[in-house]
Design a protein around this ligand. Structure first.
Ligand code: ATP
Length: 440
């Protein structure tokens, strides 16, 4: 087995239609990316798998989709206007800019060098705010300033009373949200690991303050397990508690779920105990009461918040890296993505052995049987061997082949991506067989 390599993933993404550099015909645009036909399916599957585990399979979490374009008052109260900064240094020699906390003093002379031109003539670090600022409406003045949200959270907090009053939930309960966030990162890079526009999947889980420690541990365990259940090898994952000096301005404790990227361990998700910081800050700034009143006990309190905050786009890349492998079949090398059926872009490929008129109607019939239960690809080009290779390379767990015998015996061949084993299945049993093989 060959270890995953970034170049393999970038090449595969481009060649097979997962991820394209944005505005490629104009030479690309500042580390932005577009998700192609396979990428859009896979990214949606990552988000659906998260939603299924965080909302559908629970009774204590509800959903939200808040506005991206947001009021400066939100970010002033949350502390982002003052604190959501990275330390920026400029190289006076080549004019490149760097995140000071990503530079290491050189072992030779103990000072910082520019990674681009090696100059030591760097400016002092200064705080650079990562929020994208814009104007809402036709007048570009201070009164029309708006921000693109740098995290989906805050939408959860400012809607706390709306959700509490309409959902009939009481702490412990959570609000889940998936959507785009924007950060003007100083040094985006490593493909879609760090981009300026990305998607997040965030849960804000509101708990009685005395239960916060317990729920923090609970969510650390749950969230790590989610990646394992979806096929990332346990040894490529770890949970790393933050040192006290690393903690964000709102956090009492944070642990990161980290993945072993080709360049080393990197964060997939942060789980933070945000205390009552956000609700109290928004209550103070808005003058509204943001608290829970327990009618049974007559008790009134501001809940603590445990936040598992994951990146959908970064996680998709981790799934690709963990799934990529090269093996040998019948003396021939093949590359494949061992993706979990819930994550793979297509679950089933329907392949008529040839484009002969007699086979196509049966293949179409098989396709219509499977489409309601799985995302299917349909391919009648090239030799069957090449079509299998293509499906292996894009991670399709099952291929269903319609051949000339199918016309006589009303059966098809089902081929497994990982083992390449093939079995004959009557068309009448196909839906049951595919369902049980995919576990869906
Ligand atoms: P980092 O330390 O990598 O900058 P962070 O600690 O600031 O990340 P959080 O604010 O905890 O990140 O955001 C939660 C998740 O959102 C991250 O774990 C990551 O998966 C994702 N994320 C954050 N910033 C980016 C980005 N620029 N590009 C892609 N995903 C991101």
């Amino acid at each position: 087995m060959t270890p995953p390599d970034m170049d393999d993933i970038v090449r595969l993404s481009k060649q097979r239609g997962f991820i394209f550099p944005s505005a490629e015909i104009y030479g690309g645009f500042r580390s932005t990316y577009d998700y192609g036909p396979l990428g859009v399916l896979m990214l949606r599957n990552v988000k659906n798998a998260w939603w299924r585990s965080m909302v559908q399979m629970r009774h204590d979490v509800v959903g939200l989709d808040a506005a991206i374009l947001s009021s400066p008052r939100i970010w002033e109260a949350s502390g982002h206007l003052a604190n959501f900064t990275d330390p920026l240094v400029d190289c006076r020699s080549c004019k490149e800019r760097w995140r000071a906390d990503h530079l290491e003093p050189s072992p030779a002379d103990g000072v910082l060098h520019c990674p681009n031109c090696d100059s030591t003539d760097l400016t002092e670090a200064r705080a650079f705010n990562l929020m994208f600022k814009t104007h809402a409406g036709p007048v570009e003045d201070e009164g029309s300033v708006a921000y693109l949200r740098p995290e989906t959270a805050q939408g959860h907090f400012v809607n706390f009373m709306n959700v509490l009053q309409t959902s009939r939930k009481r702490p412990p309960f959570g609000i889940a949200q998936i959507g785009k966030s924007f950060r003007n990162e100083i040094t985006p890079g490593n493909f879609v690991f760090r981009t300026r526009e990305f998607e997040q999947m965030e849960l804000e889980f509101f708990v009685p303050p005395e239960e916060a420690g317990e729920w923090f541990e609970y969510w650390c365990t749950e969230r790590l397990q989610w990646y394992v259940d979806l096929g990332i090898p346990r040894e490529m994952l770890r949970l790393r508690p933050h040192d006290p000096e690393e903690l964000s301005h709102y956090s009492a404790a944070t642990s990161d779920v980290e993945f072993l990227f080709p360049w080393g361990w990197g964060e997939l998700e942060g789980i933070a105990n945000r205390t009552d910081y956000d609700l109290k800050a928004h209550a103070a700034a808005s003058g509204e009461k943001l608290e829970y009143f327990d009618q049974a006990s007559g008790e009134r309190y501001v809940p603590y918040v445990i936040e598992p905050a994951a990146g959908a786009t970064r996680t998709m890349m981790a799934f690709l890296l963990a799934a990529y492998s090269v093996d040998e079949v019948a003396g021939e090398q093949r590359s494949l993505l061992r993706l979990h059926p819930r994550i793979a872009p297509y679950q089933v490929a329907v392949l008529p052995l040839s484009r002969k008129d007699t086979l196509v109607p049966v293949a179409q019939e098989v396709l219509s049987l499977l489409q309601p239960i799985a995302m299917c690809d349909y391919d009648e080009t090239q030799s069957i061997g090449r079509r299998y290779r293509r499906q292996d390379e894009i991670g399709t767990p099952l291929a269903v082949t319609v051949d000339f015998d199918s016309l006589e015996d009303r059966a098809v061949t089902v081929r497994d991506r990982d083992t390449t084993a093939q079995v004959r299945v009557p068309i009448a049993d196909l839906v049951t067989e595919v369902r049980s093989r995919l576990g869906i």
